[in-house]
Design a protein around this ligand. Sequence first.
Ligand code: FAD
Length: 474
Amino acid sequence: MNDFENPDFAAATALRLIGPDAANWVPDRPGIDHNVMLVGGGQTGSALAFALRRAGVGKVSIIDAADDETTAGIWLTAARMHLLRTPKNLSGPELGIPELSFQAWYEARHGQAAYAAIDRIPRLLWAEYLSWYRHFLNIPIRYRTNLIRIEPADGCFRLHLRIEGRSIVETTRKIVLATGFTGNGGAYIPPVLAALPKNVVSHTHDSIDFAALQGKMISVVGAAAAAFDAAGVALENGAAAVHLFARRPSIASVPITRLRGYPGAYDNYRQLPDAIRWHQAIRFRDAGSTPTVDAIQRAVAFPNFHLHLAAPWHDASMDDGQIVVRAADGTFRFDHVIAGTGYFVDPSARPEIAGFADRILLWRDKYRPPATEEDPFLGSHPYLGQGHEYLEKIPGQAPYLRDIHVHNPAGFVSFGLPIGDVPSMRRDIPLVTARISRDLFLADLDSHEQRMTGTIQADFPDAIYASAVWKRPD
Ligand SMILES: Cc1cc2nc3c(=O)[nH]c(=O)nc-3n(C[C@H](O)[C@H](O)[C@H](O)COP(=O)(O)OP(=O)(O)OC[C@H]3O[C@@H](n4cnc5c(N)ncnc54)[C@H](O)[C@@H]3O)c2cc1C
């Protein structure tokens, strides 16, 4: 293959032109295994690993509980849409190096015209691109490695890991939770479904056996994109009928985050006063999450798809092996229900951080909204610092929290975006990288001062210019 036939030629050239990676400048500390532990090997963990490497921060480890890259992250698991929901032209994990972008990767393989012809990025291609990104940039991810518990220790963290069935403790100075939507909470099951037997309830986050739903009466609760995607897949797998229940009278909600997507608002969002950030979050909650047009069309194409608007469930019980639902618009019987009801945020629900979750500053501790804007769901989000770090509820009680950076959607109220999404990458990956670099540098200031003020051998001897040195005539 010559250079022009090699689809990786431009990317390889770009890496050559930006020069070698910086050498690790972080001094080793006795007894510390890692400078940074990236928990989660999805797109966020991968991009952060690359950014930290370029910043010269060595001893970075990336772990993921999943078996391998096909089951890590959401793209080949909980995401069921055909096309990414985000526009194709947003910058993502390439971190400012165009040749590492999805567009460059795709055009190198299929040509510019093919890229121009796609509307949004096909999900499976995005997963393929991310796999290429990891392998091309040689980002090693330790799969089957589950972080069970973070134990704050003296000047570091002891990480209790489960690696392929074995319990192991490793130590690190910094942690980034690149753990996705469930990373500071979990999949939300509304109370009306909670009493139903587990075998008749799934959440869109679960790995659902859709083939087993063939010929069954299915209900989907919720009207955001994941709910419509699940309805579409159930119908494609031969469900007898799918009934989707929305609380809203209309699902044509307004994508209000687009209003604040311009650079001034996007780049400076974290600087906004609490009241404005809270009000923006409330507006987003009120507008509801928007399904894409193609997700709606995919379900609506089936005559056995039925949309129930302004139809919250009042109660649900079991009768003769079926779910009997009393909704606002009638009583129905189903074999299975899929909750497309999103995620909750509650650090105390995560075993990794539960031991000190009560010390984490939350929005409800920091900001008291006007009565018309009270919202316990938003109030339970962590109130994060400028480098995405946890802050202390009571200053001085848990100073180690500043070394845990939250790079998952729990940062939504603080930063105005579901952190980890493609739109957040351009802004937040460099920011967290810079903060980690700064913190590690300042924490070793004595050592760096010595290094910077130490003696260094001259690059060349005086002899090379000695013959030209002006000598005052005697
Ligand atoms: C259905 C759905 C559709 C979406 N569509 C889009 C879209 O179109 N565009 C967009 O920009 N965003 C979309 N998102 C948001 C999406 O989650 C992110 O863009 C993307 O997955 C974020 O990548 P991530 O690496 O931050 O997290 P994830 O992809 O969720 O990866 C997190 C990883 O952390 C690992 N992990 C978690 N806890 C632990 C632990 N204790 N120990 C070890 N490993 C752990 C998990 O195994 C997982 O692999 C969607 C989300 C969902 C749920």
